[in-house]
Design a protein. Sequence first.
Lengths: 103, 503
Amino acid sequence: MNLPIPFIVLLAVISLAGTGFYCLLFTRNLIKVVVALQLIVKGVVLAFVLAGHLQQNESLAQTMAITVIVADTIVAVIGLSLAVQIRQHTGSLDLKALSKLKR
Amino acid sequence: MIDQPLFISLLALPFLAAPLIYLFGRLSVRKGKLLGMKVAKTLTLAVLLAEIVLLVLTVKAAMGGSSVQQLIGLELMRFDGIGLILSAIVLVLGVCVTIFSFPYMNNEKGEEKFYALLMMTIGSIIGLGFSYDLFNLWIWFEAMAISTYFLVAFYNEQSASLEAGLKYLVQSAVGSALVLFGIAAIFAAMGSTSLEDIWQYGAQLGTLGVLGLVLMIVGFGVKAALVPMHTWLPDAHSQAPSGISAMLSGVVIEAGLVAMLRVISMTGKLGGNWGYILIIFACLNILVGNLMALRQTEIKRLLAYSSLAHVGYMLFGFGIGFAFGSGAGTEGGFFHMLTHGLMKGLAFLSVGALLYALKLVKGDHSALTLEDLNGASRKYPLIAVCLSVAVLALGGLPPFAGFMSKWMILVAGVQTKNTWMLIAVIFVGLNSVLSLGYYAPIVNRLFKREMSEVVTAGKRVPWTMSLPIVFLTLAVILIGVWPMLTDFLLYNGQYFLLGYFFN
């Protein structure tokens, strides 16, 4: 079997994002929710690298990928800090413990 | 050339000021002194007023003929009508919210962070409006999102606030990941993310471009609270401090909408009936927003759900603009964006003033229910009148601003002379009447009912809180009786949005 490399990368993008979305829908643990968000964004980074490769514009793609990683790290930090505070208040990381606002 | 430095300082000033505000506040809080906090507050207000002056000066420079633009690296920022409307709304509302928050946030834990984050939010919304590059647009968008995450979860000793903050963060992050996938798809098709290039060679984007555009509409739609993606909004808006609720509802969701419109207008050559999609979303938003608002018992949640309906009216106007090339529809959309900022800002600030006087002063962080408002006019006549003006304007009663903007949108819908559009206009009009079903009882409660226990025990509302509320009330009435005031803003917004889409 002789698959072209861009095709393999595309498969990786789709499977990373798919795994992320799947986790996001089915997990109940706050930490895992943040991990799922990270997985999706890692798919995004790979998609930018692939797009840059296809257009022969790798340098622009790299700068974008780095910017995305930075912004994404900030989001992860905020998400985790919220998770820590929720753990301190409710004593659990379960999303089910958090349904005061559902109406 | 004076316009260039003016424009750069307009963009950079909030980001230079934000760390200073935090430092002043932090140093004084740590030492247990009050002076630094006062300096921080004054600095916030001064920078916002300076921004308004800068905006006016830049408009004057741009009226001179040459386009005001600035390259940051490879990314183009350009001063135009769409960004002008967004920054005008955010600055006016920002000043009101800042003055309102002086007493509201006083001695709250983390007060020094509040003003710095507010400043960052305002700065990134201004930048978002002027961005002419897809990736740059996303950076401003993400900066806005990050600074509002903290503000939504500001009361971090309340688990309800944390829950709202987490919901907002997760949904918003997924939305921004979808936007990024969209940008990557367009980048893969074009090799460039400059909106100017995309506009020029839009026809060659092909399937990948359509996929990218759909992903971006969905992604920005999360922030603009299009209906299936709206579930974060009522929680976030009701749990944030009242000033932030006003900002979130008045400009942040509109900023998502503007980002979406900017992308759609630049891909006009791609073809496709994006206008009709916007109209379908608009009808959904209006219906769901109104029905959900009808059954709410907490006033801030009710106002949050009504924001959904109002985003629907805006989308309806823009949808008519894109689908039928109607300038009036687009102007109506922008007009409603402007009046909604004022009206919803006013509503949230008045409710915030009551919440402060009735509950927060005593350290009670529970939500203000509709029952608690009973008979508030006896004790707080000024706030009650202002709140009534706000909700009646939101419901679209004649002498107020909300009527003029809804009227403009509906007239534009009728002028298309399309049977389906006529049906949609009737549907939207009836929904506007339905919305009075939850706005009018608020006025009834304020003026007709016996005083509730909470109101009897309520404290005084400080005058610094009443000041921005009265100002916004006057603005809502003034624009209602004299809508021509906003013509300059609306025409320019319409000119740039449709000008790119159809050429």
